[in-house]
Design a protein around this ligand. Structure first.
Ligand code: GH3
Ligand code: MG
Ligand code: MG
Ligand code: MG
Length: 313
């Protein structure tokens, strides 16, 4: 009864690209020429709160794959026009740098089919008829791995704050937001003072420890809506949304005062450190990401020139 009900609606639902991705709700693309199969899987996946892009046509499917960037692919081996292996190879060839878990499914469960599936880039294989409970658990595991991968690409390994690559995209989206809604934000570059001496005197492990400690210290002292990045070796960038230059200076000076008094210790060694910071307020969406960084860097240079352990805008 349920299937026939779905059948009446499927034409508006299948091969339809008008999907609006919501926040971080995973999008799963199901490609199978068997309509009842697509409807069954779509239903089961949506029941988990996930979004589903359902395709019966492999040509439309591949276009939508590029448009909508699904988080997981589920592909039937036997498809019209091109088979699932060809489809996967085509996707792999073009998008090999992105990690998207791919599950192949087939009515054939022989060794050759399974090997061919893995060889063409599948991460998992399910034989039909599909056990829905197992199917959901496996998709869930793949989505978890995908999420961890996606996050790790943005995170600096040593300090666990965002990395420089992510800074570029956050700056771009902050400028987009200014364009749409106006407003302002501030960016600061923070550079530890005489950090080379820490390494030279106490070794690189102590240096690393100071970096980890400082990154955590900084993160705990800015708002949860602010973004902390490791920009380079001993340089960090903070983006403060909706914050004026004056406010940014006050925040950084408060953090500097506290940090200067903090004793950083590791196996018998105890040291203190300071930083210099340069800030820049952005209220014009036509400013480029490069100009923002250059301006903050210029202010940082001033802070170093003027004696270090200080903040300039
Ligand atoms: P200034 O006050 O002018 O900024 O002096 P500085 O010594 O901090 O600046 P300089 O650029 O001369 O030296 C930065 C040092 O940071 C040199 C480099 O070896 C060290 N460094 C960069 N990345 C890391 C890292 O990941 N771990 C450790 N331990 N040291 C690092
Ligand atoms: Mg088929
Ligand atoms: Mg430096
Ligand atoms: Mg330095």
């Amino acid at each position: 009864v349920r299937l026939s009900y779905e059948y009446e609606n499927f034409q508006t639902v299948l091969d339809c690209s008008s999907i609006n991705r919501k926040g971080d709700v995973p999008l799963i693309q199901v490609i199978d020429d068997d309509i009842s199969m697509v409807v069954l899987l779509k239903d089961a996946l949506e029941e988990q709160g996930w979004m589903v892009l359902a395709n019966t046509n492999p040509t439309i499917a591949i276009n939508q794959y590029y448009d909508l960037h699904p988080d997981c692919l589920i592909i039937d081996v036997n498809l019209p026009m091109k088979n699932g292996f060809q489809l996967l190879e085509e996707i792999q060839g073009n998008h090999h740098k992105r990690f998207i878990p791919k599950i192949m499914m087939s009515i054939q469960n022989d060794r050759e089919t399974r090997i061919a599936a893995y060889k063409s880039g599948a991460d998992d294989f399910l034989s039909k008829p599909i056990d829905l409970e197992e199917f959901i658990v496996r998709v869930e595991r793949h989505l978890e791995r995908k999420k961890i991968f996606d996050q790790s690409v943005l995170i600096d390994e040593l300090t666990q704050v965002y990395n420089r690559r992510h800074l570029a995209s956050v700056l771009e989206s902050s400028l987009d937001e200014l364009k749409r809604q106006g407003g302002y934000f501030s960016v600061a570059i923070i550079d530890l003072d005489h950090f080379k001496q820490v390494n030279d005197t106490y070794g690189h492990l102590m240096g690393d420890h100071v970096l980890v400690h400082f990154a955590q210290f900084l993160k705990e002292r800015v708002r949860s809506t602010d973004h902390v990045f490791r920009y380079g070796g001993e340089e960090f960038v903070v983006l403060f949304p909706g914050t004026t230059g004056e406010e940014t200076k006050a925040i950084l000076e408060r953090i500097l005062a506290e940090f200067s008094k903090t004793i950083i210790s590791k196996s018998e060694i105890e040291i203190t450190a300071t930083f210099s910071a340069g800030g820049y307020m952005v209220s014009n969406h036509e400013t480029s990401a490069n100009t923002i960084i250059e301006s903050a860097d210029l202010a940082l240079y001033k802070a170093k020139e003027n004696g270090r352990a200080r903040v300039e805008m």
